[in-house]
Design a protein. Structure first.
Length: 278
């Protein structure tokens, strides 16, 4: 199934895989599995870790093979579909293809892969996505220093022009074990969740603030309406006094009307507007 929870998961984290064939030799037996690579299991681990923290996720396993220059064009359709759910963050999950020691790490006595953040330079959201990546790195550094391998700035756009909170993540390389990449996904979710989705306290405060603002506006509107209703007669008298003071006679036939006093004035005004725009 292409997508699940299209209606009920608004505000979720969206996860997809542009290079859907990417796999891990230790665990998958190959670096590439057409249509359903081991990278999907890393996405599952990331999804499960978020959901254990009460964060909804939409994880697309749509294939975008082959692994060629057009893969990002094909995955763009998936990203656009995910964006219809108004996700808080869009994550394109990959693995790298470099020596495994560059990603190897140990956290809590378990082997994990580090994570590299990738930001595309060729998109109008570069600054916003770059700031977002720096916030993610800072959050992870506070909890697990060195776990984020770094921020790589690529020449492409990686579909990050679609939104200001779109990040490409690389969990290890093809010669790191898939198990360590899955653990890395769990560590990443725990360390970065507050930046990617926000704390429950922050969301509660925001919802409370919006409700408070609504009631303030509602009471203000009701109060103004009652004031105008109660003082309707006084306002009429005030208008008469004002027009009398400047030497004009009020039109008593409709004291609340803002219409022109006569047809000739309307015609003259319309003529003047037409002349002004000509």
């Amino acid at each position: 199934e292409f997508l699940r929870g299209e209606v009920k998961h608004k505000g979720a984290i969206g996860i997809y895989h542009t290079h859907s064939d990417e796999s891990y030799i230790p665990g998958d037996g190959t670096s590439s599995k057409f249509g359903h690579g081991g990278i999907f299991q890393v996405g599952d681990s990331l999804t499960n870790a978020f959901e254990k923290n009460g964060i909804p996720v939409i994880h697309s396993k749509a294939p975008h093979d082959p692994h060629d220059a057009m893969a990002y064009d094909r995955s763009r359709r998936t990203a656009v579909q995910l964006l219809k759910n108004r996700p808080t963050t869009l994550l394109d999950v990959h693995r790298d293809a470099v020596p495994p020691q560059l990603y190897s790490d140990v956290i809590q006595n378990k082997g994990v892969t580090k994570v590299q953040l990738v930001v595309g330079r060729q998109n109008p959201n570069f600054q916003a996505n770059n700031d977002f990546a720096k916030r993610i790195k800072a959050a992870c550094d506070r909890r697990y220093p060195g776990f984020i391998k770094g921020i790589f700035y690529g020449k492409g756009k990686y579909n990050q022009d679609l939104g200001p909170r779109s990040i490409l993540l690389e969990f290890g390389a093809d010669r790191n074990s898939k198990v360590s990449a899955e653990r890395g996904a769990q560590v990443f979710a725990a360390a970065a969740k507050d930046v990617l989705y926000g704390t429950s306290g922050t969301r509660a405060v925001n919802r409370g603030s919006m409700r408070s603002l609504f009631w303030v506006i509602a009471f203000l509107v009701v109060g103004v309406g009652l004031f105008l209703l109660i003082n309707r007669g006084s306002l009429k008298d005030l208008r008469k006094e004002f027009t009398g003071a400047i030497g004009e006679e009020p039109d008593d036939s409709d004291p609340d009307s803002d219409s022109y006093p006569n047809t000739e004035s309307k015609e003259n005004s319309s003529q003047n507007k037409n002349e002004d725009h000509s």
